[in-house]
Write a protein that binds this ligand. Structure first.
Ligand code: MG
Length: 384
């Protein structure tokens, strides 16, 4: 058991009839990506979240795989409460310290809200994001309708954060024949204190068809195009495997470095990180850290892409240039392009692989090493 672990549970078990269309709304596209993929990426990339579990409806396995690939999931029940309970049961073998319960219908999860929730758990059993009510509220629909004071009224959002054992206990004690609007209600029923932290308008729920249109329009308006470059060099040495662009290439020497030294993927990783100003590959995967010894560079690139997606960005194009005298890149170009496109989750048409020599000048010309430069173009939210 890892007592300090924090996990996220995304409830994506709804049928979503109100949004129209045949597909349950959590699998429908919003802002260019299946709705569920947005929150999954946000939790997956947050440094304080150790594990993410999705709860889907019965028979939705194929829809899940199609929307987000292979992810850990549990199958929910007929009500939201039972779906959460099924998700909690998944963690019983190795209970975490904290759990964030989230509804997939709120796709845009700011990292700042996750930070505030986790911080609040230091002094509270639970914490929920809330926003003040802006509209005037009345009770009844005639002219004499009573105006309701907005003081102490809040719009409650998710994710909601809890001490894991207390949430499990609250679920166990809740009457089986009664539904609950959210998990905070169940925790309070056990006498625990739930902190209200500042929510975010980005977390608003997508319910109706018009909400999809509004979210698409808002996402498109707030994205700006950015290009960023990456550059890397590794030394060629005897006795090493040669990996370039995620492809093993037969050659008399290979690139040396702490990881598999795939200079092409390193340059692209830096370019992708650059589009969101997220530092460089050495910051995320320090060469001094033994866990990255011999690591596949594919995972570095996948991490960078996950960070970009979590920031609400959309990758548009990557162009790579390899600089070496040998091996010849031409015969491997298509394989590299296909592998890089797969790692970037882009069609191959949005990936370009080029090569050049330096006319036998310099270290690349003398065959001492291989250099790579890359440029990535992405659309990212204006505030990133
Ligand atoms: Mg490198």
């Amino acid at each position: 058991m890892a007592p300090h672990r924090t996990v996220a549970l995304i409830v994506a078990a709804g049928r979503g009839e109100r949004a129209g269309g045949d597909l349950p709304k959590q699998f429908r596209t919003v802002a260019g990506t299946p709705m569920l993929a947005h929150s999954l990426a946000a939790f997956g990339a947050h440094p304080a979240i150790d594990d993410v579990l999705v709860v889907i409806g019965e028979g939705q396995e194929a829809l899940l795989k199609q929307a987000v690939g292979d992810v850990r999931f549990a199958v929910g029940g007929p009500t939201r409460r039972q779906s959460v309970a099924n998700g909690l049961a998944h963690f019983h073998a190795g209970p975490p310290a904290r759990i964030l319960v989230h509804d997939a219908a709120r796709p845009f999860v700011p990292a700042t809200v996750i930070d505030r929730l986790i911080a609040a758990l230091d002094s509270h059993a639970g914490a929920i994001p809330v926003l003040p009510v802006a509209d005037t509220l009345v009770r009844g629909n005639d002219a004499a309708g009573e105006t309701v004071s907005r003081d102490e009224l809040w719009r409650v959002q998710t994710p909601q954060a809890f001490a894991f054992d207390l949430l499990v206990e609250a679920h166990r004690r809740w009457p089986q024949d009664r539904d609950a609007t959210d998990d905070a209600q169940m925790l309070r029923a056990c006498g625990h204190d739930v902190a209200l932290i500042e929510g975010d308008a980005m977390l608003d729920k997508i319910t109706h068809a018009a909400d999809f249109v509004a979210a698409d329009a808002r996402a498109a308006m707030s994205l700006v195009s950015r290009s960023a470059t990456g550059f890397d060099v590794h030394r060629l040495e005897a006795g090493e495997e040669l990996w370039l662009g995620g492809v093993r290439i037969p050659h008399d020497r290979g690139l040396s470095g702490h990881s598999d030294a795939d200079v092409a993927l390193h340059a692209i990783t830096d370019a992708v990180l650059g589009t969101i100003g997220a530092g460089d590959i050495g910051q995320h995967f320090p060469p001094s850290d033994p866990q990255w010894k011999g690591a596949r560079s594919a995972q570095f690139l996948e991490h960078a892409v996950a960070l970009l997606r979590a920031a609400g960005g959309v990758l548009d194009f990557v162009d790579l240039t390899l600089i070496c005298e040998a091996p010849k890149i031409g015969p491997h170009r298509d394989a590299m392009r296909a592998r890089i496109a797969e790692l970037l989750r882009l069609p191959p048409a949005q990936v370009s692989v080029k090569a050049t020599t330096t006319e036998r000048l310099g270290f690349a010309g003398r065959g001492e090493g291989i250099a790579a430069q890359a440029i990535a173009t992405a659309r990212v939210p204006i505030c990133v």
